[in-house]
Ligand binder design. Sequence first.
Ligand SMILES: Nc1ncnc2c1ncn2[C@@H]1O[C@H](COP(=O)(O)OP(=O)(O)OP(=O)(O)O)[C@@H](O)[C@H]1O
Length: 306
Amino acid sequence: MSPSEGTILLIANPAAQNGNGAAAADRAAAALRAQLGEDRVVLARTAGPRHASEIAERAEGCSTVIALGGDGVIHEVAGGLLRRPLDRRPVLGVVPVGSGNDYARTLGMSHKVDEACAQVLAAQARPVDVGRVNDDWFLETLSFGLDAAIAHDTVDRRVRTGRTGALLYMEGGVDQLLHHLDLYRYRASFDGGKAVDSQSIMFAVQIGPYYGSGFKICPDALVDDGLLDVCIAHPPVSVARALYIFMRAKDGKHVGFKQVELRRCRTLRVEFDQAPPAQVDGERLSGRTFDISVDRGALHVLMPTA
Ligand SMILES: Nc1ncnc2c1ncn2[C@@H]1O[C@H](COP(=O)(O)OP(=O)(O)OP(=O)(O)O)[C@@H](O)[C@H]1O
């Protein structure tokens, strides 16, 4: 189904991107109503964390649910949709108004509200994979260690500095690398195979290629191949070398360094000695043992046509 049919529910996070979400929500609702008519677009503003998920779960009679905000609110909307029965699960659209916008980057959405609305209206829905981790889920990224520590650090840093996006992540990354290049011991079993003991600085499990505001950590990850793409950064590595590899990862050029292991799987169980910093789609995750899998084609998502 395309957004040319049925009712569209626009779920907007007014707090996204340091408060820019409020004006963006009105702008997007106006742009969509101008094309589809007043009655076909319902705007629901979130009141706080997890509200987007509740609204999406109750989206009766809607053909399309559009999430407006950052990766966090898109993650929440997807969770609500996934709790609906498959035959009554609306299509997901995205209007990116966040600081990271990694999922929108993967889909090829414009970061300008008007352009993104036009893309959504012209788009066709395509099936995409959803990652599962314990009781949680992810559309783009799940990671443990360095990247997750940076993601957590950026939450405070954003409030302090007002910065967003890649610059914010880069600053946090350099700070973490210089002062907290921690190692995480783990035991992992890929696709039910023999468990392997090793150590990681960073361990990412991806549906799409990006994490951390555009770092192409798994450059060849595809959202519809039914596979998890995994990137593990192993020690030993000096701080200077780690910094160099980190910078190269912005463009996916970390691939090929001997510290970097890339692989693909359908299921993965990873158990860390101690609970590492962890994130799903930029949101905090806790735990020490993680059962990870992929739900092929679990959601239909609006993607721009060429
Ligand atoms: N009305 C609200 N007030 C405050 N926080 C909210 C509200 N609605 C949702 N949230 C929370 O805001 C958090 C961040 O939202 P979101 O991802 O949309 O924006 P962002 O943080 O600017 O972008 P990104 O995730 O890309 O960094 C989410 O954890 C979400 O639960």
